[in-house]
Design a protein around this ligand. Structure first.
Ligand code: SAH
Ligand code: SF4
Length: 459
């Protein structure tokens, strides 16, 4: 979501006459778009602001802005903590940036704009944005969250849930496709409740409309909340050919007691039922999830249930986090906090368990042919074990199940014409690593060792 917002911020700055630079030292204005989901993200934001403050002592004209969730949460405290900061703008203030920045340029005043409306009018007042990735783009379909999980800061810094009108979403995706984008990821804190509050269409209906956009090849979405994840969306994986076979379905814990204390509003059994229904409907589906370890009061027995759930489900990938207290989240006041040492131990146990599962899942793909949406040239080798030379012709892309595949394609002019970002290339998987796969394009006449004479590409 921050990537999406950053694109809007950048577009606004370009309209004000700024140009993008990759060199911090020569910038006249720097905006830090922050995240506060965990304590570490907030620490990173402040450490970067420290670096900018030092830069400003050498270049007093530099304008420093802080946006995003840390800005929303801390407001004018940021001006006191980092006196070099000129502008603090909250999560609903992006649309006002084009007014705020000229004021700072003219008057050299310091501004804080962190108003949060109960019923945000989801303006598309900043309709355009700059995108870094020419192939795949994020599209925010809703903002905020009404769920109030007890560990989570999001409802406090992003405000109440509000969905964008489907016509605006379809128009935005249509424009992206016109500019060459092939894949979109629809974003919301709980996409399954899309449109319900406003009486717009359901999320499954929105998927159906996005699916019919000509020229778009792939649709992804995140995040799904298990409590609202219904059969209509489960069926969408089968019904709509562009919806990729991957779901990110955060479970957070395998213990009903902890799920209840987290206010997640589902049980372990219900989660397992959704997984079965998913796999019954779409056997190829890849399932990933989020886990929080060391939630206040999480006993050894609760944690054992989480490990058991991970073992039972065999996720394709997991994001695991140690619990951290967040401002205004009720769990701050929960008793029986878990020590940092114990949280680290539990995190390691989850990661070690999952690493084996991921490796096995990746290994099982060796020999299969996968359609890869080419994203670009890979900057680094996929694994230390891979002995292939680093070359500008090492490409990278993803399977529909969201697994990264790197592949080699020799660098001659004729061969380069076969593969380019946005192309779907069929690739035979040859090697599996912990976080990626190695493949060989099949059916490209000029490729090294590939199959000859096949149709080259399939979407
Ligand atoms: N809306 C999404 C989650 C967004 S936050 C959902 O409901 O699934 C992304 C992930 O950060 C969460 O799934 C959770 O695993 C993690 N997270 C959120 N708050 C946290 C906290 N206080 N400590 C540790 N991890 C946290
Ligand atoms: Fe946070 Fe829960 Fe909302 Fe996700 S659903 S953003 S975890 S409050």
């Amino acid at each position: 979501m921050n990537v999406y917002d950053s694109g809007k911020i950048a577009a606004c700055l370009v309209r004000l006459g700024y140009q993008q630079t990759g060199m911090l030292e020569i910038a006249d204005l720097v905006i830090v778009n922050t995240c506060t989901i965990r304590a570490k993200a907030e620490q990173k934001a402040f450490s970067f602001l420290g670096r900018l403050a030092r830069l400003k002592t050498k270049k007093p004209g530099l304008i420093i802005g802080v946006g995003g969730c840390v800005a929303q949460q801390e407001g004018e405290k940021i001006l006191r903590r980092v006196p070099q900061v000129d502008l603090v703008f909250g999560t609903q203030a992006i649309e006002r940036l084009s007014l705020l920045i000229p004021k700072i340029e003219d008057k050299r005043c310091r501004i804080v704009d962190v108003g949060l409306m109960e019923k945000p009018d989801l303006p598309d007042a900043v309709p355009d944005r700059l995108i870094d990735d020419p192939v795949s783009a994020f599209v925010t379909i809703m903002r905020g969250c009404d769920n109030f999980c007890t560990y989570c800061v999001v409802p406090h810094v992003r405000g109440r849930e509000a969905s964008r009108h489907p016509d605006r979403i379809i128009k935005e995706i249509g424009d992206l496709v016109q500019s060459g984008v092939k894949e979109v990821t629809l974003l919301g804190q709980n996409v399954n409740s899309y449109g319900k509050k406003e009486g717009l269409c359901s999320f499954a209906n929105l998927l159906s409309r996005v699916n019919s956009i000509d020229g778009l090849l792939r649709i992804r979405f995140t995040t799904s909340h298990p409590k609202d994840f219904g059969s209509d969306v489960i069926k969408a994986f089968k019904t709509y050919e562009k919806v990729c076979d991957h779901i990110h379905l955060p479970v957070q814990s395998g213990s009903d007691r902890i799920l209840d204390r987290m206010n997640r509003k589902y049980t372990r059994a219900l989660y397992l039922d959704k997984i079965s229904e998913l796999r019954d409907n779409c056997s190829a589906i890849a399932i990933t999830s989020d886990i929080i370890v060391g939630f206040p009061g999480e006993t050894e027995a609760d944690f054992a249930e989480t490990l058991d759930l991970i073992n039972t489900i065999q996720f394709d990938g997991l994001f695991a986090f140690v619990y951290s207290d967040r401002p205004n989240a009720p769990a701050v006041h929960f008793k029986n906090k878990i020590s940092e040492d114990e949280k680290r131990k539990r995190l390691q146990a989850v990661l070690a368990l999952q690493e084996n599962v991921t490796r096995m899942k990746n290994q099982a793909l060796v020999g299969s042919v996968q359609p890869i949406l080419v994203e670009g040239v890979s900057q680094k080798q996929s694994s230390g074990r891979c002995k292939r030379p680093l070359t500008t012709a090492q490409w990278t892309g993803r399977t529909p199940t969201n697994k990264i595949v790197n592949f080699y394609h020799t660098d001659s002019r004729q061969r380069r014409a076969d593969i380019f970002p946005g192309k779907i290339v069929r690739t035979r998987i040859e090697e599996a690593y912990a976080h990626s796969l190695w493949g060989e394009p099949v059916g490209l006449k000029s490729t090294t060792g590939g199959l000859k004479g096949e149709e080259s590409y399939a979407a």
